[in-house]
Design a protein around this ligand. Structure first.
Ligand code: CTP
Length: 414
């Protein structure tokens, strides 16, 4: 149970209730379960627990205002969208009666409710109400919670116990350790409703490097960013993810299984090892098309490979076309998606012919000659072609958003 939050980014929202004094311990429990914790506090929460306590414990951002953060040029007005999108889930603990009312009514006037409003639909929002029994039993509070529950919000009900008023009754938030265990159970259950729950997605990414000799190789400029974005989105949609990655500096986290390889041959072997269990196979890797026909075990000397005119000769051979090999063995229930990196006027027709030649269900065309698309950058501009003839042309967007659109198309495949 304790590893369920490994690599997950959790937003902890803290609102004005005496139980906020326990919130730093909730942050600590979340971290013990493997999470990275970003905290947001309302103004009244800050009277009970200081932002400093959270930043000292979590070493992450602590948000105390809805206003753009000073000095942050990157996303000054849209920090809540960025954080909301990168979160695996949000826990509001303690959640005051006022916050419950604001969430129900859509009043996003503090950092906690604003972040809750910016969570993508599939990202779980969990509330842990804490208040005196009189307040807890108010019909309005109960009705607000009912409406929130119906719209997909999860609630960790308070228990009975000694309350801040000195009275004994219902309204006491669970202790941090029990609360975080309950939170993890909710996330586990929520994942079963995700669209790719129980599916295995196999993704290849990055370049491949083909050695010429111990120091030189043939490769390409693929960064692995698009594959990392695809893997991230697949995991958020509930899939088991296997990422087979060529040499790439990009780090990935979460529960993805990552297999690092170097050459096209190694990538093919890894794909074939994993293919049996895969429901969806996405060949995003920029597999090197050539390798040296004879890899030299010692460093080649220029004089040994140049002729009298100063021309160098290294014999090359084709690497295996992994997608073509996949097409030969794939089962009818498996969906295979390819990528095509093309330039010039015939880009679309090249992509469409690869779709047919490699017997794919879908191909994603990347234009290498458009600004902001292709290798190394954070954005992409893709056109999706499905076997059934559907064509979807997407505008320039972040690689993560492109990945979301690509999965939306995959989920619409027959
Ligand atoms: N691909 C592959 N194995 C290779 C080369 C490419 O599996 N040896 C896959 C890529 O991962 C991609 C698709 O095939 O999903 C198209 O790759 P691309 O390099 O655009 O096409 P090629 O078939 O190599 O054709 P060309 O280079 O002639 O355009």
């Amino acid at each position: 149970m304790h590893h369920l939050l490994t690599g997950k980014q959790i937003i902890l929202g803290v609102t004005g209730s005496i139980a906020a004094v326990k919130a730093p311990m909730i942050a600590r429990e979340l971290m013990r379960a493997g999470a990275t914790v970003t905290t947001a506090l309302t103004g009244s929460a800050q009277r009970f627990a200081t932002p400093l306590a959270f930043s000292a414990l979590t070493h992450e951002e602590v948000i105390t205002s809805v206003l753009p953060r000073e000095g942050s040029k990157k996303d000054s007005g849209t920090w809540h969208i960025r954080l909301g999108r990168s979160a695996s889930a949000m826990l509001i603990a303690p959640c005051s009666a006022t916050t419950i009312g604001k969430l129900r009514a859509g009043i996003y006037d503090n950092p906690v409710t604003l972040l809750a409003s910016a969570l993508p639909r599939e990202t779980p929002l969990v509330l842990a109400p804490a208040m005196d029994e009189e307040m807890w039993l108010q019909p309005m509070v109960q009705e607000n919670l009912e409406v929130l529950r119906r719209s997909g919000v999860y609630v960790i009900d308070p228990t009975s116990g000694l309350l801040a008023s000195g009275l004994i009754g219902q309204g006491r938030m669970l202790e941090p350790e029990a609360l975080v265990i309950r939170f993890q159970q909710i996330l586990e259950r929520a994942s079963e409703h995700l669209p790719l729950f129980g599916k295995t997605v196999l993704i290849t990414g990055g370049p491949t490097f083909e050695a010429i000799d111990p120091v030189r190789f043939i490769g390409n400029r693929s960064s692995g960013k698009m594959a990392a974005a695809l893997a991230e989105v697949a995991e958020r949609l509930g899939a088991n993810v296997v990422l087979i990655m060529g040499p790439s500096p990009i780090r990935t986290n979460g529960n993805k299984r990552r297999i690092d390889i170097e050459t096209a041959d190694e990538m093919m072997a890894a794909v074939f090892n994993e293919i049996e269990d895969a429901d969806i196979i996405i060949m995003n890797a920029a597999v090197s098309d050539f390798s040296a026909a004879h890899e030299s075990k010692t460093k080649l000397k220029k004089r040994d490979i140049s002729d009298e005119n100063g021309k160098l000769k290294i014999e090359l051979q084709n690497t295996p076309d992994i997608l073509r090999e996949i097409a030969k063995i794939k089962r009818p229930d498996q969906r295979v998606i390819g990528f095509a990196l093309e330039t010039g006027n015939s880009a679309e027709s090249y992509a469409e012919s690869k779709l047919l030649e490699k017997d794919l269900d879908m191909i994603v065309l990347n234009r290498a000659d458009e600004i902001g698309a292709g290798f190394g950058v954070d954005t992409n501009k893709v056109t999706i072609f499905q076997r059934a003839g559907t064509k979807i042309e997407l505008p320039l967007m972040s690689k993560e958003d492109s990945a979301r659109e690509i999965f939306a198309s995959i989920m619409r495949l027959p």
